[in-house]
Design a protein around this ligand. Structure first.
Ligand SMILES: Nc1ncnc2c1ncn2[C@@H]1O[C@H](COP(=O)(O)OP(=O)(O)OP(=O)(O)O)[C@@H](O)[C@H]1O
Ligand SMILES: [Mg+2]
Length: 262
């Protein structure tokens, strides 16, 4: 059964999109069928999967405003194991339209029912905000991956994020559904400085076993891959960040299998 994971943190630039595309790519190397839902107006995940802006009619935002369905909007990519639900830049008034919908928290949940079984993993790249778009993503998800950048003030804003997760958990409970913190991912570790390791220790004290063992190092191949608009796993397969994302995919699958067996 497909596992739906939102990659969320309202803090900007912590590695949400980089994680979404590289985890999707790494899961595909392990023969898992993945759908990546790009919920960010910046549409970086869409571009990184080789989908050119303007080459498609509908975006995920048209699904949220119920102008079309997910089935009509999902696109195939060059990788047969990865499909994408693309985002479009310069969309206005989406949140305003969502608010007017009686099912404002569940629009994505309702639409995803028809496609959930088609994939092993559905990854949702959330925008850097905690508005209705992120709430829709969380409501539709089984778990959240929280990327935390290994830098000063890493924990800043996490209370707000955890409060939102708790709110969604209580709403889902009404329908006998759950939302777990699937994992906390430490990103962009500068292995040459000690402060990054202090952040790791702090985050581990707070989140304990929720923290993935895999830590993503800061690596120039990763930012270069973003520049060229491709996953680092393809741009520079042997780079440290690429190998870490490949390792993360194994950890994600193993966590998933452990929770399913239990
Ligand atoms: N491991 C890494 N090493 C070096 N650079 C990285 C790494 N991970 C991400 N970056 C760079 O950091 C920047 C921010 O990453 P990314 O876009 O993934 O963050 P985000 O959380 O999705 O941002 P936003 O909140 O704006 O959506 C990008 O330029 C990306 O190339
Ligand atoms: Mg992003």
């Amino acid at each position: 059964m497909g596992l739906i994971l939102s990659i969320a943190n309202q803090k900007g630039g912590v590695g949400k999109t980089t994680t979404a595309i590289n985890l999707a790519s790494s899961l595909s190397y392990l023969e898992r069928k993945v759908l990546l839902i790009d919920l960010d107006y910046q549409a970086n995940a869409t571009t990184c999967l080789g989908i050119h802006r303007g080459s498609f009619e509908y975006s995920v935002f048209d699904c949220l405003t119920e102008e079309t369905t997910l089935q009509q909007t999902i696109l195939k990519t060059d990788n047969p194991l990865i499909d994408v639900l693309p985002a479009r830049t310069m969309v206005e008034g989406v949140e305003e339209k969502i608010i007017l919908n009686n099912n404002r928290d569940f629009i994505l949940t309702i639409q995803m029912k028809a496609i959930k079984e088609m994939y092993d993993y559905i990854l949702i790249d959330c925008p850097p905000s905690l508005g209705y778009i992120t709430i829709n993503a969380m409501m539709a998800s089984d778990g959240i991956i929280i990327p935390v950048q290994c830098e000063f003030l890493a924990m800043d804003g996490l209370t707000q994020l955890l409060n939102t997760i708790r709110l969604v958990q209580s709403k889902k409970k009404v329908n006998m559904e759950t939302l777990t913190i699937f994992g906390v991912l430490l990103t962009m570790l500068d292995t040459r400085s000690t402060s990054g390791y202090q952040v790791i220790a702090e985050v581990k004290t707070y989140f304990n076993e929720k923290v993935f063992q895999t830590v993503i190092p800061r690596n120039v191949s990763c930012s270069n891959a973003t520049f060229y608009g491709v996953p680092v796993t393809e741009f520079s397969p042997k780079s440290k960040s690429s190998l870490s994302y490949r390792q993360l995919a194994k950890e994600v699958i193993s966590r998933h299998e452990q929770t399913t067996i239990r």
